[in-house]
Design a protein around this ligand. Structure first.
Ligand code: FMN
Length: 360
């Protein structure tokens, strides 16, 4: 199985040398899927924040037919990645809670792969990413959209206003550099500071969204959130941010203990739990998207719904659209299945009765 990210090497190495796409050749069928936040799009399929480390990664995947391209989460200060390992494959499991165990390899079946990441949301310096975001925007093909994911980097003693301002600073820089959509990451399973779980506080999320809105004007704003175990909490979040943000992206990786085969923490004591991705989380992600879709419809909210979590084969993408998603984002699967967008366009969009995107 191809792996475009070298999980045995550092994030910095992959930043400089990736993606490894030798031998990947795809023909991308011409498609159309109407408009997304006013932008014409070839499809409503894209790549979530993470895998597209810089403009070289982003433009390589743009040419493979992914149309909604998220530039990985950036910060107002440079931040190194956690030490290796940062990304491990997991043994298959049926259980939806409790520990998961690392596996030496991903197995043969791409659609069954689960993995876990613990990067700590590294970022190059703002000077570097701002210049590079402009290169990414410049290189997009027609019908493609650039989303830039941002996060705050709280210093000791910062209050919520300062955190919100830091989000807004990054967002304003991203828009000036060419972002067509801003995504504020309110959830990260493997950072231990405040920015890792802000989405659980609906009022704090509202304040951050308002501060972002003031600074980015009409630029569409998505909020990336993690899993809610209580339905009420998800509904409350959606109500509070409605008509301030334009949409939500859910769900981020699910937090679980990630262990070696002999029961030690895979990413070290400081990161006993980490974000689980891929097959294992897909049912929970679809449930959460369906719930959010129902609430948005029943309460007449104006939020767009972007789905992510465990989509690695065509039926998974279909699950999300059927659950009410307006766009489907892939986090980890394009790493080991880079041709998935082309396959999707060939099989799902091309077979739509009117020749338009079947999903929209
Ligand atoms: C290499 C990698 C790095 C990631 N880094 C980020 C990040 O910086 N910000 C973020 O919002 N999500 C990040 N994620 C999470 C993904 O955006 C996505 O929510 C998660 O992978 C679940 O989707 P999946 O099951 O399709 O992989 C990362 C994922 C991967 C694979």
């Amino acid at each position: 199985m191809i792996q475009t990210y070298d999980i045995g090497r550092s994030w910095g190495h992959n930043y400089r040398a990736g993606p490894r796409l030798e031998g990947v050749e795809v023909r991308v069928p011409a498609t159309t899927a109407g408009r997304c936040f006013g932008y014409p799009v070839n499809s409503r399929l894209g790549i979530a924040a993470g895998l597209l480390l810089n403009s070289r990664w982003l433009l390589a995947y743009a040419r493979l037919g992914y149309d909604l391209l998220t530039y990985k989460t950036v910060r107002s200060v440079a931040r190194p990645a956690h030490p290796l390992p940062n990304w491990v494959f997991l043994a298959e499991t049926e259980s939806e809670t409790g520990p998961v165990y690392a596996a030496a390899n991903p197995g043969e079946d791409r659609s069954r792969v689960s993995s876990s990441v613990c990067f700590g949301m590294p970022s190059v310096s703002p000077v570097d990413w701002r210049a590079d975001v402009a290169v990414a925007r410049e290189g997009l093909l027609p019908g493609q959209v650039l989303i830039v994911s941002v996060v705050a980097s709280p210093q000791p003693g910062w209050d919520l206003r300062q955190i919100a301002e830091d989000y807004a600073r990054c967002a304003a820089w991203a828009v000036a550099a060419g972002a067509q959509i801003v995504e504020a990451n309110l959830s990260c399973p493997n950072v231990c500071s405040a920015e890792g779980s802000l989405y659980r506080d609906a009022e704090a999320s509202r304040i951050i969204a308002e501060t972002l809105r003031e600074r980015i004007g009409d630029c569409p704003l998505l909020l990336k959130i993690g899993h809610f175990s209580r339905r009420n909490a998800l509904d409350e979040f959606l109500r509070r941010v409605d008509r301030i943000a334009d949409g939500v992206t859910l769900v981020n990786g699910l937090t679980r203990p990630v262990l070696t085969q002999d029961g030690n923490p895979m990413f070290g004591e400081a990161c006993r739990t980490a974000g689980v991705l891929g097959r294992t989380i897909h049912p929970a992600a679809v449930d959460q998207v369906r719930q959010a879709g129902r609430t948005i419809r029943d309460e007449n909210l104006s939020l767009n719904l972007w789905a992510v979590g465990g989509a690695s084969a065509l039926p998974d993408i279909r699950d999300f659209f059927s659950a009410g998603a307006q766009a489907v984002m892939l986090g980890s699967s394009p790493m080991y299945h880079p041709a998935l967008a082309a396959e999707y366009k060939r099989k799902l969009i091309r077979n739509a009765p009117d020749g338009q995107a079947a999903e929209s």
